[in-house]
Design a protein around this ligand. Structure first.
Ligand code: FES
Length: 133
């Protein structure tokens, strides 16, 4: 009996004994995505959301954004990268777009690097564009 009592008293913390602290486990902060895909049309003062990988031309047309000049309206290729009339200027977020395609490189040879064909461009994050530059 005395054996049991002594083992119980040994396991109890005595006054003044440092109590081991339970380590606080910090939750790893969620890494924020670069931003959900959206297209801001500066001239029209309109911002539309897009699914990742959305076609810029289609999102523009679906939201009533006029991509084409008069000639473009009359004779655009319907999004096949053949006419070059859906050209836009990327003001911000170039890194959030799919890379320029071969068709664009040919059609936009003499244009600045931030010009894209909307029909060949996929949106993966927030971008700001100017239509009919
Ligand atoms: S619609 Fe013709 S090149 Fe884009």
């Amino acid at each position: 009996m005395s054996n049991l009592q002594s083992s119980e008293t040994e396991s109890l913390p005595t006054e003044g004994t440092a109590v081991e602290e339970t380590p606080v486990i910090m939750e790893k902060p969620q890494t924020k995505p670069a931003g959900s895909p959206s297209i801001k049309f500066l001239k029209e003062d309109k911002e539309v959301v897009a699914a990742s990988g959305a076609n810029l031309r289609l999102r523009a047309l679906e939201n009533g954004i006029d991509l084409y000049t008069f000639m473009g309206k009359m004779m655009n290729c319907g999004g096949y990268g053949q006419c070059g009339t859906c050209v836009i200027e990327v003001v911000e977020g170039m890194e959030n777009l799919s890379p320029r395609t071969d068709v664009e490189n040919r059609k936009l040879k003499k244009k600045p690097d931030n010009y894209r064909l909307a029909c060949q461009t996929l949106v993966n994050g927030p971008v700001t564009v100017n239509t009919k530059p």
